[in-house]
Design a protein. Structure first.
Length: 182
């Protein structure tokens, strides 16, 4: 019997290799096994390794492409709602860890600034669980894309920093429970 997570790609798709973060192409007819679905992206395994497929390409594995919208209202002067920004970051996952970047304690700072040319820019300082993680740029880009969906956000900058170094004590209680640490 075939597992319902076994799929055949229906079209070519650009994927992100785990853990290197390198972009690669998988082709129509390639067999994949869906390991997990988190934050709208898919972690799949092929005969050559693990890859992340973005939610916008879900149709390639027979899934429905979810339209990502945020219905949060803007604040006075059109400023984005900070809670909506945090909620969007809770939809971002390292594909190897089933806890979002906020509950992992990876987001150090979030600031919203009005831009001279109009709109608001969100600046994020975040880290990764390990300096050698090749997925850093992909995770940062995923966070940026989700933040840009928040009403009032015109631009976003997600910077990776290593100061202070991340450690497990930074994980939220919810994250620790999900990881079985408490």
């Amino acid at each position: 019997m075939t597992d319902k997570r076994d799929r055949i790609l229906t079209r070519e798709v650009t994927v992100t290799q785990i853990p290197s973060g390198d972009k690669q192409t998988l082709f129509a007819g390639d067999s994949v096994f869906i390991h997990q679905v988190l934050g709208g992206s898919y972690t799949v395994q092929t005969s050559t390794g693990l890859f992340r497929i973005d939610g916008k390409d879900a149709d390639a594995i027979g899934e429905t492409v979810a339209v990502q919208t945020v219905t949060a209202a803007t604040l006075a002067g059109g400023a984005p709602d900070p809670q909506a920004i945090w909620d969007q970051m809770r939809k971002v996952f390292d594909p190897e860890i089933p806890v979002n970047i906020v509950d992992l304690g990876l987001v150090y700072n979030m600031a919203v600034a009005k831009q001279d040319e109009g709109g608001f820019k969100v600046n994020i300082d975040m880290t990764l669980t390990a300096p050698g993680c090749g997925m850093g740029p992909a995770i940062a880009e995923d966070a940026k894309g989700k933040i840009l969906l928040v009403p009032g956000v015109a631009d976003a900058d997600v910077r990776i920093t290593w100061d202070p170094p991340w450690n497990q004590s930074m994980i939220s209680e919810e994250g620790k429970m999900k990881l079985g640490l408490i």
